[in-house]
Design a protein around this ligand. Structure first.
Ligand code: ATP
Length: 301
């Protein structure tokens, strides 16, 4: 559905995007992750036709991006672009008109959208009176009112409480069920881990790695991490290194990447004689992989 080939974009001397290749299929949720300034918004603007590439091509449903592809695309931007003094229904009518929808067909689609984002009861409430979560859901309704084939969600749940976040996640899963292609950017790694079929890590305009969580895990040098709490960190670190474990710190947590899965008694034996207040094993999460890949890309060569 979305096909990005060899896409590059510079702003003056700044290379915002370098040779990006990325596809998203119908019914697939693709998560584009990266730190601030990685090039995510630039990518979205290029596929929306708001920017023109220096090199490369973006196609939607086999057609290069142009006015003709606008009906295929729905974008939910980072900041809601809603008319605060209009009602939910009036906002939807406004945006549906932009896509040339009218009459009973427009009313049918608006009703369907309101139902799918669970705002039928608030259809005639002004947007300014809605909670942040409701406004995010309406923003999604606006993005899908013309039934696009690709929906771009730019940080769809940032700033929402956990219940409101669950609500938006359900809507995103519904898009997948409806065979819509979804491109999602988020800084919330647990969100990407739960929702995305494939994930790409973008940094300084380069796509560093992409694949399903399983694929990404298999490309890492370990499948398991062990986090310990100990009053004697220096001794624990020295011991772990002697066993070939790689040390990492996540915030304040002392963690080791273990090259091979060990049974708990064998693992405890590795720290024999060292006081451990706690020890926890876990599979590699997306957070571990993201930090590993993006930190490695920052390491001076
Ligand atoms: N209109 C512009 N003029 C000049 N530089 C720009 C412009 N838009 C983006 N850039 C630069 O291009 C790079 C990529 O920016 P972009 O906004 O795409 O990053 P991002 O991944 O969306 O970041 P964030 O997570 O903070 O939204 C940055 O270095 C940014 O400063």
């Amino acid at each position: 559905m979305l096909d990005i080939q060899n896409l590059s974009k510079t702003f003056g001397q700044r290379q915002a995007l370098t040779d990006l290749n990325l596809t998203v299929s119908p019914g697939e949720i693709y998560g584009l992750l990266g730190p601030n300034g990685a090039g995510k918004t630039t990518t979205i603007n290029l596929l929306s036709g708001l920017l023109f590439p220096d090199e490369g091509e973006v196609s939607l449903a086999g057609t290069p991006v142009s006015d003709a592809t606008k009906p295929y695309l729905g974008v939910m931007p980072q900041q809601n672009l809603l008319y605060q003094s209009l009602t939910c229904r009036e906002n939807l009518v406004f945006f549906a008109k932009i896509y040339g929808l009218s009459g009973s067909e427009r009313n049918r689609r608006i009703q369907r959208c309101l139902q799918s984002v669970q705002l039928e009861n608030r259809a005639d409430s002004v947007v300014g009176a809605l909670s942040g979560g409701m406004q995010r859901r309406l923003s999604l309704a606006v993005a899908i009112v013309h039934e696009p084939k690709l929906v771009v969600l730019d940080e769809p749940t940032t700033g929402l409480d956990i219940e409101a976040r669950y609500g938006v996640w359900d809507l995103i899963r519904q898009l997948k069920q409806d065979r819509v292609a979804v491109l999602l950017t988020t800084h919330l790694l647990d969100e990407a881990e739960r929702l995305c079929d494939r994930i790409g890590f973008l940094k300084q305009g380069h796509l560093l790695m992409q694949g399903s969580l399983e694929t990404l895990r298999h490309r890492m040098p370990a499948q398991e991490v062990v986090t310990i709490e100990t009053p004697d960190e220096a001794a624990a670190i020295a011991r772990a290194r002697a066993h070939g474990f790689t040390m990492r710190r996540y915030d304040t947590r002392l963690t080791f990447w273990i090259p091979e899965k060990l049974e708990l008694p064998d693992l405890l034996a590795k720290f024999d004689g060292i006081t451990l207040d706690s020890i926890a094993r876990s599979p590699l999460t997306l957070e571990h992989i993201y930090l590993e890949v993006t930190r490695a890309a920052s390491t001076p060569k």
